[in-house]
Each structure stands twice: as C-alpha cells, then as structure tokens.
Design a protein around this ligand. Sequence first.
Ligand SMILES: NC(=O)c1ccc[n+]([C@@H]2O[C@H](COP(=O)([O-])OP(=O)(O)OC[C@H]3O[C@@H](n4cnc5c(N)ncnc54)[C@H](OP(=O)(O)O)[C@@H]3O)[C@@H](O)[C@H]2O)c1
Length: 340
Amino acid sequence: MSQAKRIVLASRPVGEPKPSDFRAEEFPVPAPGPGQVLLRTIWLSLDPYMRGRMSDAASYAQPVPIGGVMEGGTVSEVIASNNPAFAKGDIVLSRAGWQTHALSDGKGLARIDPRIAPISTAVGVLGMPGMTAYTGLLDIGKPQPGETVVVAAASGAVGSAVGQIAKIKGARAIGIAGGKDKCDYVRREFGFDDCVDHRDPDLAVRLKDACPKGIDVYFENVGGEVFDAVFPLLNAFARVPVCGLIAHYNDTEAKPPKWAASLMRNILTKRLTFRGFIVSDFAARQADFLRDMSQWVREGKVKYREFVTEGLDSAPAAFVGLLKGANFGKQLVRVGPDRT
Ligand SMILES: NC(=O)c1ccc[n+]([C@@H]2O[C@H](COP(=O)([O-])OP(=O)(O)OC[C@H]3O[C@@H](n4cnc5c(N)ncnc54)[C@H](OP(=O)(O)O)[C@@H]3O)[C@@H](O)[C@H]2O)c1
C-alpha cells in the first residue's frame, strides 16, 4: 500500500513558529468508505490565519489540536470516488489541510473548472484572498473616484488585489511593501500610483509625500509601525476595513497598547469608521465576487503573482517565511503534480 504524508502541529509556538512546532508523519493512503472520495493534494495554500490556529488564545475559530493536521485550503484531485456527486479526475477546492491525501464525504467541496483559469487561482485571486480584498474594500472601504486608498502587504495575495480594485473604482492606490523589489513590482505590474517601503526609516514622511490629500480608505493588513505611519494621515470620515494584523501574529505576550487613548479620541473627532471583518461574513457576495473578479482577471485589469515552494516538506519553512515577508506573491506549496 502506498504511503501518504501529513504535517501535524507538534507544539504551540512561543513567538515565531520553529521547525520543531511541526512534525511530519507518514500513513497509509486511506481507502474511501461509502459516500466518500479520496483526494490527492495538488496545491496547498499557506495563509497568515494559520498562525492563529496554532495558538489556543480565544479567537473566531477553533485552534488545531496538538497532534492534529495543520489546517489549510487545498486544490485537490478526486482519485477515487464512492460519492455520486464527484467523479475520478474532478478538481476540487477542499480544506484537506497539510497532507498529500485526504478523505472527504463531499460536504464543502467545490468543483473547479480548469478551463476558466489556472487551478491554483482557486486559493488565490479567485479564492479566499481575492474575495477578502473584494468584500473588505468594496463593502467596508467603499472607495470613491479620486479618493486615496492605502494598503500594506501590497505585493501579497490580498493587498495586490485591493490596490488594483481601488484603481478600477477610480481611486488612487498607494501600496506599502517590504523592500525596493516589491515596491517596484507593485507600481510597475500591479499599476499602483505609488508604493512605499515600510523598512525605510522615513516611512511616515514617505507615506505623507505619497498621500498629499491624506488617506480616505486604509485597508489594514498589518498593524504595527505601518499603522503608526498611516494613522495621522487619515482624513475625516476615513474608512478602515480591519482585515489582518500580521505584524502582531507572533506576539504571544500581550503588551499594553500605548496608542489606545489617542486612537479612540481620533475615531471620535475625525468620525472614523473602523470595522473588523472575516471574509466568511460576506459569503452572500460570493457570486458577485466570482463574476467581477473572473472578468477583471480575464481582461488583465487584475493581475496576480504566485510564490511556489516545492513539496509538502517545504510547508513549515515557507509558512514561517510568510509571516515575515519571505514570500513575494500568493504563497503556495506544490504538493503533487498539476496535470490540468
Ligand atoms: N479578515 C479576513 O478574513 C482575512 C482573510 C485573508 C487574509 N487576511 C489578512 O490579510 C493580510 C494579508 O494576507 P495575505 O494572505 O495577502 O498574505 P501576504 O500579503 O501574501 O503575505 C504576508 C505579507 O505580510 C507582510 N508583513 C509581514 N510582517 C509585516 C510587518 N511587520 N509589517 C509590514 N508588513 C508585514 C509581508 O510583506 P512585506 O514583505 O511587504 O512586508 C508578507 O509578505 C494578513 O494580515 C491576513 O491575516 C484576513
């Protein structure tokens, strides 16, 4: 019987995850029972939320148990089926997690049409990160023509889509990214009006220069020092979709926020709108998202960049890298061959 592989959570990380927080295990490829399908993982999506699942701090989702398979979205192939809804050879979006093979009863699987776009986009620009950008920006940020939209992690899966959608809506898009190469790419390939390096010691000054009319929508992906630079530039009635705070995901010891009082005073005096959201809050917008985003991708109005590491064994290091900017684009792991 051939062997499968999975990566499980070995221990809850303190600070940045270490290789010893993960463990690779082999197991026999399982046989599907009645009503089940057997999946072979092609693409594993690595996403920042996984850091939250490694922790048992209270959150909107349950943590991965110690010894449990690391959670994750996958693009998988049905390689055996006892479920009439799926045939051998179907490509599906699944939550199979960090493993080469998985069983499913078919619930929650969505068939992917490889003729529409490369199947990897189902966990990228046409999947969860793209939908996060679309709903957070349009439903909370509501950019108007001529307004200034700022987003950090601008070369990444969510940020790159945020800026390009802002441009489609007639707004100015200003990115923030780590390093010259990423900033150049964000301007040149994603068509942002400008991009500022968050490692520049003069970040606050550079950002002010890039936003002469202030900031109307700040799509918050990061927190930390980036937020410190953005905050004084927010205009009256600015909207801040709070999507992620990646600068803090490895903070396992809470520090008292020095800026909380000033933040609250400004929310009041500038009549700011801050709204946190999880992409699943906007499930009802899925059809709108797929219609618009597929069209924009087809027309070349929204471009995307993927960053691929090879083999399931590469996932832990790639994930640690994602949390500190080693990825340059949507982080994917090629777990098995894509034959589409
Ligand atoms: N609310 C939701 O439902 C939802 C859904 C999806 C994603 N998110 C959030 O959206 C954000 C982006 O996710 P993604 O999947 O698109 O990841 P990504 O941008 O592809 O990758 C993460 C990027 O974060 C940046 N980063 C890390 N630490 C930073 C720091 N201290 N300061 C500034 N930038 C830092 C790095 O880019 P640089 O090299 O440019 O620094 C890194 O490449 C994350 O916060 C994630 O948690 C939220």
